[in-house]
Design a protein around this ligand. Sequence first.
Ligand SMILES: [Zn+2]
Length: 362
Amino acid sequence: MRLRFQSRARIPFFFLPMAALFLSAIPGTFGQAPSMIGTLSVLPGQSVSGFLEVPAREGLGTTIPVTVIRGAKEGKTLALVAGVHGYEYPPVLSLYRLKNMIDPQKLAGTLILVHIANLPSFQKRTIYYNPYDWKNLNRVFPGDPDGTLSQRMAYVLTEEVVKKCDFLIDLHCGDGNEALIPYTYWMVSGQREMDETGKAMALAFGIPHIIIDKTRSRDLNDSRYLGNTAVLLGKPAITTESGYLGKTDEESIRRNIEGILGVMRLFRMIEGSPRETAPPVWIDRYEVVYSGTDGLFYPSIKMGHYVIKGQKVGQVTDFLGSVKQEVYAPFSGILLYIINTPPTSKGEPLFEVGRVKEEKTQ
Ligand SMILES: [Zn+2]
């Protein structure tokens, strides 16, 4: 994988061999091999930014902007991935801010920041889909080096990010069309130690609604989701949702940053312990209701409201204004997200309901 290189080391890039010699003279770095992400080479105490290359096929390729911050001290590697969906901005903005907040000299371990995983979608402002193959990147993991552009992007992320980290956070939010309350997916794999770590990550991130998600495939060849891919490769992971409707609000950005810092404290990458938060609301069942037809969606309930089983949540009309489908809550629970712009297409989500867990224990 070729890499366009941009180094924040004090010594210019073209003197890199000399820089390596210089760095090897600093106590604590002597003899330590550089970390490699793509062709990005990172020594202890360095922050390096560049691009992972997704090789072109039939003239169509792309790049993935990343920053690797390797602490001066030994520690774990935490991967933070934003922009798997290109219309989800708070996670993207959070990672650019975080890049400037973290001092490699005070960091233990390594942060891999994937700034915008899905650059084609980001640049063309598309929800869900990559505009060049109309696939949803978060449904094609673990990817395929010989597949379409999205599948090749997933493959690069699996090889260069998932396989090279110890833990992963896949940062999402409501897409450009989704009104969404913040929540975290804790993916339960059945592997006890991994699940306990994932739970600790979800709690340390600090969002008060946590979905206990036992629905993900346990077949790595059909992992589909980035977070699930990480879990199936033995890397504890959570998927977070903070932000909505294509906004760039400060509250959603700060929630992401505070969450990431909480997980970094959990893994002792920075000083301090995760902040105390109120016990979360555990969601033990969730369901997405999809549109049965093309047309316009009219929601009748707001995000975060509680709906009763059978309650009408909205309706879909055709392009001439006739009602074609009324949609109802499949069970009682919290409306985690609801589509809040008019366009809808057959098979696309309309809303997601989460059932609040009643028992105290997990
Ligand atoms: Zn998303």
